[in-house]
Design a protein around this ligand. Structure first.
Ligand code: FES
Length: 413
């Protein structure tokens, strides 16, 4: 492992302890350094700052860089005795590499070494991690050297020979200095996803421009777009009024747009074939329970069939309704057989229970009442039919409970 030649294992176990426990301990101590055992962070594809920040819990508290083995070893043992994790290097280049990988808080640094000098190492340390606290240890303790070292960023200056209490005291102060630098370091807030901004007028304008563009692309003019939109908007308001619902314009237009999309789906299902007009209208009737004006106008526009022709078909067949229909259709028979068997009384009872006349839909759009002239089961006369079920001569109480149940069913569905 280049740069780590001077790395020594702490003597927590005997050096030749080859037991599983001994090997595990060695692995635990070496693992952080092995993880980052590459010559250069750039080869990992990350910049130096990211590399340093991503190193897990520091692999060393102190790195001792000194070409004198006795000093290195002495410092390491003294620091480990105090509970610090210490790593040693015998020259400046190895020391810089280990500092890069081991992420120490304090670096003990000799000034005069073969290869690059301690002053040069001192200059490079802030580039590795500006929080590192360098302490100079030198045998040339001149005032000039001390001043120069301090100017280069040394936190303390110890002259050899120094006693271990001095060393440990300086390292302790260095650790506090590192803590203060760490606390003062600006934190980068994680880039949280911003809440989606509310829809603004600008968004609507942008959509409008896109609509103009789409309109122009099919060869239509902008004035035609404006006219069509105004027509549809007034259709929406008309539709809302027809339903007797209190709706603001925005909601009414939204309902209308939803209806037109539904019409498009039905037309697509029938491949926009004009010959399928009756089936298309039946599908639309099934979707809406009636055929609103804007639905028929949209069919007319999409299939290029005159609106008059579409209305002609819709008026002709009983299956179509041009007025809003309730959720349930009640048909009361006033054919001859039913008429002579108290059919009119039954019709009158139904009207009084529902509060509507024949041909009307109640305000809640639940029931539509219709009169018919034979339901084909005269033996049961007088007869009524609710959706698909037939009822022969129901009493007033039967009607009340039947319609109450229908309302309840609808609420629960
Ligand atoms: S007349 Fe009423 S069912 Fe036939």
């Amino acid at each position: 492992m280049q740069g780590c030649v001077a790395l020594r294992l702490p003597p927590a176990r005997e050096a030749n302890d080859l037991s599983i426990a001994g090997n595990l301990q060695r692995f635990a101590l070496l693992a952080p350094l092995l993880l980052y055992a590459v010559p250069n962070p750039a080869e990992r594809g990350v910049d130096m700052e990211t590399f340093v920040q991503n190193i897990p819990a520091a692999a060393a508290d102190v790195v001792v860089i000194d070409d004198e083995e006795s000093i290195r070893e002495g410092c390491r043992q003294a620091l480990e005795t105090e509970g610090y994790r210490a790593v040693i290097a015998e020259n400046g280049l190895d020391g810089l590499e280990i500092v890069t990988r081991a992420h120490p808080r304090v670096v003990l640094l000799d000034l005069r070494m073969p290869g690059i000098s301690g002053v040069e190492v001192l200059e490079r340390l802030p580039g590795i991690d500006p929080r590192i606290v360098p302490i100079v240890i030198t045998g040339y303790g001149t005032i000039d050297a001390a001043v120069h070292s301090m100017r280069q960023g040394a936190f303390d200056f110890l002259t050899k020979p120094f006693d271990m209490d001095q060393l440990v005291g300086a390292v302790e102060r260095g650790m506090k200095r590192w803590d203060a630098a760490e606390a003062a370091r600006p934190r980068v807030e994680p880039d949280r996803a911003a809440p989606k901004p509310a829809r603004t007028e600008s968004d609507a304008i942008m959509q409008g421009l896109e609509a103009v563009s789409a309109f122009s692309a099919v060869g239509a003019r902008e004035s035609s777009l404006t006219k069509t939109l105004c027509e549809l908007e007034s259709e929406a308001v008309y539709h809302a009024r027809q339903l007797g619902l209190v709706q603001d314009k925005q909601k009414a237009v939204s309902v209308l747009a939803s209806d037109l999309r539904m019409v498009d789906r039905v037309l697509e299902k029938h491949e926009f074939r004009k010959s399928a007009l009756i089936q298309i209208l039946l599908d639309l009737q099934a979707e809406k329970r009636w055929l609103p004006r804007h639905v028929l106008m949209w069919v007319s526009r999409r299939l290029n069939i005159p609106a008059a022709r579409i209305y002609q078909v819709a008026h002709f067949y009983e299956a179509f309704s041009l007025t809003p229909q309730g959720e349930h259709t009640i048909q009361v028979c006033l054919g001859t057989a039913c008429h002579v068997r108290r059919g009119p009384e039954l019709a009158s009872s139904i009207e009084s229970v529902l509060g509507i006349k024949a041909g009307e839909t109640d305000p809640t759009q639940r029931f539509t009442l219709k009169q018919v002239h034979c339901l084909g089961c005269c033996a049961l006369a007088p007869v009524m039919k609710v959706d698909d079920k037939y009822y022969g001569n129901p009493s007033l109480d039967d009607l009340k409970s039947l319609f109450a149940v229908s309302v309840e069913k609808e609420k629960n569905s």
